[in-house]
Design a protein around this ligand. Sequence first.
Ligand code: CA
Length: 90
Amino acid sequence: MSLKSIVENEQKLEKVARVVFNSVDKDGSGLIDMKELENVMYSISNDLGLKPPSRKEIRDVFGILDSDGSGNITFYEFKFLIKCILESLI
Ligand SMILES: [Ca+2]
């Protein structure tokens, strides 16, 4: 399964995003908070061999993703992040 085929297929994207979302949502609340986003950003940058994100970068990403300003990231907001990450890797 190529990255391109995931990005271009809404159902595949949904499936991938759901698996990642559940692994990020450590407390199973159905929402991702700042701490949970911080953990995932650290592990992604680590996996990709990039330097760890700064607090500002984490806050910026959180602010972009939390588009309604609720203080949590919903699954749909998160799915958008996954799509952007995959697209950046293609
Ligand atoms: Ca949570």
